[in-house]
Write a protein that binds this ligand. Structure first.
Ligand SMILES: C[S@@+](CC[C@H](N)C(=O)[O-])C[C@H]1O[C@@H](n2cnc3c(N)ncnc32)[C@H](O)[C@@H]1O
Length: 249
C-alpha cells in the first residue's frame, strides 16, 4: 500500500525561472516566504518536520553569499526551492548530509547553508556533495570553499551510489539530484537511497528533486518512499515545475 500526500501552490505551473539567471527575483519576497511557509506547514502536519521555524535573516545572508561567490552556469533551483532546502537544513540540523548529483554545488549549498557560511545556525560534522563528473566536482569545490573555509562542507568526485553504500556514520539528511546514466536517468535515486537506507536513522529526512518533471522516471522511487513499510511519511511539495518529494524515516 502506498500513501501519496501533496502540497501544491495554486501557481506552481506559472512560477517559472530562467535556468541561466539563477538570481533573478520571480516574485515579492513576502509571497516567496508565504508559499514556502505553507509547504513547511504541510510537512509539519504530515509528521515529516518537527516545526516550521527558521532564521529568515540567515536565509537571506546565505542567498547573498551564494550570489556573490558562486559561479553557476545554470540551475533549476528556484528561489522558493532554495529557501525550502535552507529551511529544512535549519530545522533538521543534520550532523551528516549526503547530497548526490550536485553539478556546480548550488543545490548542495542550499542544503548545507544553515550549517556553514553566513547563514549558519548550527554546527554539523560532515556535509558531503557528491558529483560523478570530475570537472563539475572541481567547480563545485571551488564554489563551496569560497563560502566555507572550514572543510565541514566538501565535495567528493565519485559515484553517489558508492558514497551512500560506504559512508560509515548515520545520514540524517540525504538529498537526491543525480541523473545517472542515459538508460537509468533519475531512476538512480532508488539505488542511492537503498544503498544508504540502513544508516538513515529514525527521523532522518530524504529529499528528491524533480518529483514533478521527472515523475515518470521516479515512479519506482516514489512508490518506495510512499510505502509506510519503508518511510514513516512522505509529501510531494509542488510549488514549481520541478517539485521536491520530502520523506522521513
Ligand atoms: C542535472 S544535475 C543536477 C542539477 C541541479 N538540479 C541544479 O539545478 O543545479 C545532475 C548531476 O548529477 C550528476 N550525476 C549523475 N550520476 C551521478 C552519480 N551516479 N553520482 C553522482 N553524481 C551523478 C551529473 O554529472 C550532474 O551533474
Amino acid at each position: 500500500m502506498t500513501t501519496a500526500k501533496t502540497y501544491r501552490s495554486d501557481d506552481w505551473d506559472r512560477y517559472r525561472m530562467d535556468y541561466s539567471s539563477p538570481h533573478r527575483e520571480l516574485e515579492p519576497l513576502e509571497r516567496e516566504i508565504a508559499v514556502v511557509g505553507e509547504a513547511l506547514e504541510a510537512l509539519r502536519a504530515a509528521g515529516v518536520l518537527g516545526h516550521t521555524d527558521y532564521d529568515h535573516a540567515g536565509m537571506l545572508a546565505h542567498r547573498a553569499a551564494v550570489r556573490e561567490h558562486f559561479e553557476i552556469p545554470w540551475t533549476a533551483i528556484t528561489p522558493r526551492m532554495q529557501r525550502l532546502l535552507y529551511a529544512i537544513n535549519a530545522i533538521v540540523q543534520p550532523a551528516n548530509l549526503i547530497a548526490a548529483g550536485i553539478f556546480c554545488g548550488n543545490t548542495f549549498i542550499s542544503n548545507a547553508g544553515a550549517a556553514v557560511g553566513p547563514g549558519a545556525c548550527y554546527q554539523a560534522r560532515q556535509l558531503l556533495g557528491v558529483e560523478i563528473d570530475p570537472d563539475k566536482a572541481d567547480l563545485a569545490e571551488r564554489n563551496v570553499r569560497r563560502i566555507d573555509p572550514t572543510g565541514v562542507a566538501r565535495i567528493l568526485a565519485e559515484d553517489a551510489v558508492d558514497t551512500a553504500a560506504t559512508f560509515p556514520e548515520p545520514i540524517q539528511l540525504l538529498y537526491l539530484d543525480a541523473d545517472g546514466t542515459p538508460e537509468k536517468g533519475k531512476g538512480i535515486y532508488l539505488d542511492i537511497l537503498q544503498a544508504a537506507m540502513d544508516r538513515i536513522p529514525t527521523g532522518g529526512v530524504v529529499l528528491a528533486h524533480n518529483s514533478v518533471n521527472a515523475a515518470e522516471r521516479l515512479e519506482q522511487y516514489l512508490d518506495f518512499v510512499r510505502n509506510p513499510a519503508h518511510m514513516a511519511a512522505s509529501v510531494n511539495v509542488i510549488f514549481d515545475i520541478e517539485g521536491l518529494e520530502v520523506s522521513v524515516k
